[in-house]
Design a protein around this ligand. Structure first.
Ligand SMILES: Cc1cc2nc3c(=O)[nH]c(=O)nc-3n(C[C@H](O)[C@H](O)[C@H](O)COP(=O)(O)OP(=O)(O)OC[C@H]3O[C@@H](n4cnc5c(N)ncnc54)[C@H](O)[C@@H]3O)c2cc1C
Length: 429
């Protein structure tokens, strides 16, 4: 998310508040999980414990996409359109964060290799027509025997937080009813190895982020190539790479939402009327609490590991947990993780039931969860002492993995910008 889209979001929040719209009616918020939610939680947990965790260290070292694990997930129905539909389908909104927390509790790198596709799916789901959803979402996942992944490409070398600075262009060729895309995308999860790429491009650069649109690049399209693969600090089982678009021609029907809708929207913006539809923003908005839940999964894994370790490890003739400094650190970790989860569940419930994010509650949830994950995993290393610093124990990997949660999907600073503008109505810079 960027500065100007942060402004747009803050303005929208203020407009909603002024309109006094309390949001749509929906299921009441409750912490009592229903049977379906418990079943899904236990099912994902079983996979995370039995399949993901044992494979975590190996794929982190290999720095490769764990295709065999993705395939296992596809075989049991955890990776695919139906699973995601089941998670999204819960009208309380809680199943999606619950499933993500459990999977990322298993391992975040593998978790992202499995869940990275959902960002592209969310964009198609959020902006596509019913026909586009039917055509492209199944292709994002492939089949049980031949799973595929998808990529969502918004960021560019000079457009990270500042999404409005995107330089990738999409020009319409009326003669052939095709869009021609040119530009370079950076840090794309699954970039280049994906079958389906969803690309955010500018159709009118003067309109900045309001001139953006989302396009599906079908599998095997000429002119869409992987650039450099990024070597990373953490999340190393998840593939991240640049994507080059070089006179990349796609059918007119690949513009998500269709040309008529885009033309209407651009006309409104040019007339100075407000436009609620900002391509990248919509995707980020829907995904923020889910990303927070992933961070909580990592934090909880580190907390549980260090709690057990502190009970076992003896120094000075007693278990180290008998020292208040260790026990209090664990108490704080548990409290912060639970607090973060409550923010995530609140935002997920608000989003699903159509409540307005008057105080940028989605941003709050992601900010808190990301920062708790970094802090708690660092505490876990401290509790394990020298062992915590080695690759023989999982907490150092968890700490490396956690760090990205204060950076991607809007850095902590950008989340604070969004929240502070929402609560104050002041144009904080
Ligand atoms: C592993 C990984 C996976 C990713 N996956 C994807 C993906 O699938 N798709 C995709 O499109 N992108 C992806 N990204 C990109 C990611 O979203 C960006 O890295 C992120 O948005 C930050 O942008 P930047 O790196 O350019 O940082 P910058 O925007 O250059 O920010 C640098 C620093 O300046 C601060 N800063 C910037 N502007 C302000 C401001 N106005 N006020 C205060 N502080 C500010 C930031 O908070 C940060 O601390 C991924 C990145 C990584 C590392």
């Amino acid at each position: 998310m960027n500065d100007s889209s942060a402004v747009a979001e803050a303005e929208q929040v203020a407009a909603d508040a002024a309109a006094g719209d309390a949001g749509a009616e929906g299921p009441k918020f409750t912490l009592e999980l229903n049977q379906d939610q418990q079943d899904i939680r236990d099912w994902v947990h079983g996979f995370a414990e039995g399949v993901v965790r044992p494979a975590a260290a190996e794929w982190d070292e290999r720095e490769e996409t764990p295709w065999p694990v993705i395939q296992e997930a596809a075989k049991i129905g955890l990776y695919g359109f139906e699973a995601l539909g089941q998670f999204f389908g819960d009208d309380t909104g809680l199943t999606l964060p619950i499933a993500n927390e459990e999977l990322f509790w298993g391992d975040a790198g593998i978790g992202m290799a499995i869940m990275g596709t959902s960002l592209a799916v969310a964009a198609i789901f959020g902006q596509g027509t019913p026909e586009q959803m039917g055509e492209w979402i199944p292709q994002c996942f492939g089949t049980e025997d031949d799973p595929k992944v998808a990529a969502f490409c918004s960021s560019e070398p000079d457009a990270g937080s500042d999404v409005a600075a995107i330089r990738t262009t999409a020009k319409y060729d009326e003669a052939t009813d095709e869009w021609v895309l040119n530009g370079q995308k950076a840090w794309a999860t699954n970039g280049g190895i994906a079958d389906v790429h969803v690309v955010i491009a500018s159709v009118d650069r003067e309109l900045r982020s309001r001139g953006h649109a989302a396009f599906v690049i079908p599998p095997g399209t000429k002119g869409c190539e992987q650039g450099a693969k990024v070597k990373k600090h953490g999340l190393r089982a998840s593939h991240t790479a640049d994507v080059h678009l070089d006179d990349c021609r796609i059918p007119g029907s690949c513009l998500l939402g269709g040309k008529e809708k885009l033309d209407e929207r651009l006309a409104r913006v040019r007339e100075g009327k407000s436009s609620k539809s900002q391509a990248a923003m919509q995707t980020f908005e829907a995904s923020r609490p889910t990303v927070g839940a992933q961070a909580i999964g990592i934090a909880r894994a580190a907390y549980e590991y260090s709690l057990e370790y502190a009970k076992e490890r003896e120094q000075f003739g007693k278990a180290i947990i008998e020292n208040q400094s260790i026990a209090f650190a664990l108490a704080d970790m548990k409290m912060e993780i639970d607090a973060a989860r409550l923010l995530v569940w609140r935002a997920a419930w608000m989003g699903r039931t159509g409540q307005k994010f008057e105080n940028a509650e989605g941003s709050m949830s992601k900010l808190k969860a990301g920062e708790v994950a970094v802090w708690a995993t660092e505490r876990a290393i401290q509790i394990l002492g020298g062992n915590g610093y080695t690759r023989e124990f999982p907490v150092e990997r968890m700490h490396r993995d956690a760090k990205i949660y204060t950076i991607f999907e809007g850095t902590s600073e950008i989340q604070r910008l969004v929240i502070s503008r929402a609560i104050s109505g002041v144009h904080i810079k």
